[in-house]
Design a protein around this ligand. Structure first.
Ligand SMILES: NC(=O)N[C@@H](CC(=O)O)C(=O)O
Ligand SMILES: [Zn+2]
Ligand SMILES: [Zn+2]
Length: 348
């Protein structure tokens, strides 16, 4: 018999962009409806660079939550943006203030990464302090060398950057964010317990054909870019394998519709409005709904050393249409799947 209803422990989102200001009214409401906690990405302008900025940002998120969804229990977990100028003192102070992780953006790799790290060696003292403090390193794992094909930049990052880094910091907890290739899935799957990876719903559901279906489709453009079908299949295999290395991270990354539908469109897919429904569809397609709970609610919490959630969420298998857009600041936000059918519905 087909499963018609699914109840799992409330999930957490281990990679989320909420943006700032009025954008929070849209993004916080969506995230808080489904997730108990989320790792909040620090790629604002200017970047979230120290504990003071992180705590102020956290307060803006909580104030918005109070305004738009006062009954929701949602905990934003704050992160710092690593730059060449970050100091070990800033790391220690941030740890003391409850910041849980730092994000490594190779300079130029993705949205708002121009202030990022230009060479790994520049942050070695900082990584030393993080390893000592037990702070998690999150990374956008792509090389920025323009001579390397865009589709190969993640696999090359593993060889050129991640392998030497893990050798030099064997007890630093590292999350390779939003993995997109079979190379990354295999590398992380075979690593020790200090390495984990998040996987987005869109990389589980789509391959790169989605970018060009009948014409260029800017709302399917994100970084790392969607890859070939063989890679999508490897990601599905990893996510549904039961391996504790892999956990949910939506990388829901809102950009106002005009900025995506432009001659040079921004990278990022907005999935937070129906994230767990998209993951349920991907797991259902793989006949692995029984593996969704660990991926969405257990593995990430265990990796971070945080308690698992105790409340639950329920989904039903039922067709509905994603809204065409959501109000967003003074414009609109087009979600992934806009106006198209969804297979699972979030109930409560
Ligand atoms: N994923 C994306 O395509 N974009 C993210 C940045 C990131 O996570 O790389 C964003 O902030 O818009
Ligand atoms: Zn990224
Ligand atoms: Zn991201």
């Amino acid at each position: 018999m087909t499963v018609r209803s699914l109840t799992i422990t409330r999930p957490d989102d281990w990679h989320l962009h909420l943006r700032d200001g009025d954008a929070l009214k849209t993004t916080v409401a969506h995230a808080a409806a489904q997730f108990a906690r989320a790792i909040i990405m620090p790629n604002l302008r200017p970047p979230v660079a120290d504990a003071t900025m992180a705590l102020a940002y956290r307060q803006r998120i909580l104030d918005t939550l109070q305004a738009v969804a006062p009954q929701a229990a949602f905990e934003p977990l704050m992160t710092l943006y690593l730059t060449d100028r970050m100091t070990p003192e800033t790391i220690r102070a941030a740890k003391a203030q409850g910041v849980v992780a730092c994000k490594l953006y190779p300079a130029g790799a993705t949205t708002n990464s121009d202030a990022g790290v230009t060479a790994m060696k520049n942050i070695y003292p900082v990584l030393e302090a993080m390893q000592e403090a037990g702070m998690v390193l999150l990374m956008h794992g792509e090389v920025t060398d323009q001579n390397i094909d865009l589709f190969d930049r993640e696999a090359v990052f593993i060889d050129q950057q991640l392998i030497p880094l893990r050798r030099d910091f064997p007890q630093l907890k590292i999350v390779m964010e939003h993995i997109t290739t079979k190379e990354a899935a295999h590398y992380v799957g075979e690593a020790d317990a200090y390495l984990g990876a998040t996987i987005t719903a869109h990389h589980l559901l789509y391959n790169r054909n989605a970018l060009f279906l009948g014409g260029v489709r800017p709302h399917y453009y994100c970084l790392p870019v969607l890859k070939r079908e063989v890679h999508r299949q490897a990601l599905v295999q990893a996510a549904t394998s039961g391996s504790a290395h892999f956990f949910l991270g939506t990388d829901s990354a809102p950009h106002a519709a005009p900025l995506k539908e432009a001659a040079v469109g921004c990278a990022g897919c907005y999935t937070a409005a129906a994230a767990i429904e998209l993951y349920a569809e991907a797991f259902d397609n793989a006949n692995a709904l029984d593996k969704l709970e660990a991926f969405a609610a257990f593995n990430g919490a265990d990796f971070y050393g945080l308690p698992r959630n105790t409340s639950t969420v329920t989904l039903t298998k039922e067709t509905w249409n994603m809204p065409a857009s959501y109000p967003y600041v003074e414009t609109e936000l087009k979600p992934l799947r806009a106006g198209e059918p969804m297979a699972w519905r979030f109930v409560v």
